[in-house]
Design a protein. Sequence first.
Length: 553
Amino acid sequence: MLLDLLRDALPEENVLSKSYYETKKIVSGLGLGYAKIHACPNDCVLYWDKYAKYEVCPKCSTSRWKTTNEDVQGNGMKTSERQKKIPAKILRWFPLKPRLQRLYMSSKVAESMRWHHKSRLNDGSLGHPVDSLAWKNFDARYPTFSLDPRNFRLGVASYGFNPFKTMSITHSTWPVILIPYNLPPLMCMKQPYFMLPLLIPSPKGLGNNIDIYLQPLVQELQELWDDEIETFDAYKKETFQLRAAVMWTINDFPTYDNLSGWSTKGQYACPCCGIETTSQWLRHGKKICYMGHRRWLSPKHKWRLNSRDFDGTRELRILPKRLDGTDILRQIEECREKDLANGAQPWKKKSIFFTLPYWQYNVLRHNLDVMHIEKNVCDNIIGTLLNQEGKSKDNYKAQADLVDMGIRSMLHPQPTPNITTTCLPRACYQMTNKEKESFLSILKNVKTPDECSSNIPRCVHVKQHKMFGLKSYDCHVLMQELLPVALRGSLPDKVTSVLVDLFNFFKQICSKILNVEFLSQLESKTVITLCQLETIFPPSFFTVMMHLVSSYS
């Protein structure tokens, strides 16, 4: 019907086809189709390469097919019944090479692909990945690759989502997206230039098995590094030999686990601190907290020896050592041979990206999505300030953990004349009912610009003293714009000022352009902010998401 409408609207000499099938035939001439690769339903193998002709999974012995019965009708009567083979699971693979070549078919896009080399303003600020240390180190290590600015620098992003748009159906489909960083900032993050090399179906999360589905993409990336492909440059009207390299991945924290192989749960959850992560098991709260931010202070800072206001210990350790790719590979091999002394296993696997010859030498292999961290931190703060049931990090168990640690005696549960109950002292960061109503009323009545896609008031429930249903972008707007205003007068100044400093940290690192010298100052200030938070909030407040703020800084 849409095609009929377009043919009626356009002049008679238009070449629009009459059917969807004919349209697909025309588009197929561009060479941008996709291939279907069958997969084991248990995510063991792909039926391609050496397993292409297998009918049964060589690892779990599960059939490649899900068999359905199909009735064959004859003269209105059922004459026979046959079995129809349907693949149990299908990976859709969109070959990368023709898509890379296609970008150079447009003279304007081909000219923009040189922006990072010829047109950028090299003033020492950070406004594009080309300004980063990771990019510069890659250029220095591989000068022949960087000699031609037309060679692709790619970022890989992946995230599971429910395509059915309903929470009543549990399903997770994983698109894998490639971002070309050769383009200027206003182009490289736009949808027309994103490339979808893989579409991974799965009724549940993939976990470590995502490497099985990444094989076609990684093999193609390997070929694009080892073997050049001849490409026509429409801007210079010449052919050249094209190569490509992946600079890093971009993902949220759970997906970091899947792609990197580092376990993001348990006592070694922080990927930056590694096996030197500062963590502590809370006996009453039945969870692990991540404190110890005084390690990032200067060696002679007075807070390092202050045990009373922090976790009851003095901090004399230095910064955790940052591991390079060689250290990581050695650590993975050691973990394979034997577990650590306490039985923990921080490495779950060796990432498939290490098959790329340059991957272990990349300065930055994985990036964390700042908005995912921002949302978790925002939920953490709002739930605790409003004392929301199930979301607050301050409750009887949290205060009982303070008793175990022997700190902040003023917040210890107090006995009452009624033997069956105890009194929980109100902390300085908890609001009264009147303060909650005042705070929530400000957010309820906020008016956002038309172009703002966030709708904060729908999540605010003044009478119930609650906020729920916040999306990632809602938390982004709250943290950076609204909470610093709404909290004024609702909490003591010593609490509000520290929280505003934390909000300012997220606002600064989300800026379009960053100054390197300013980042160094921001790092020092953020460490102070985290240490101040340790003196105010209970240990249960410091989830791994709060700890990742120190990793960002």
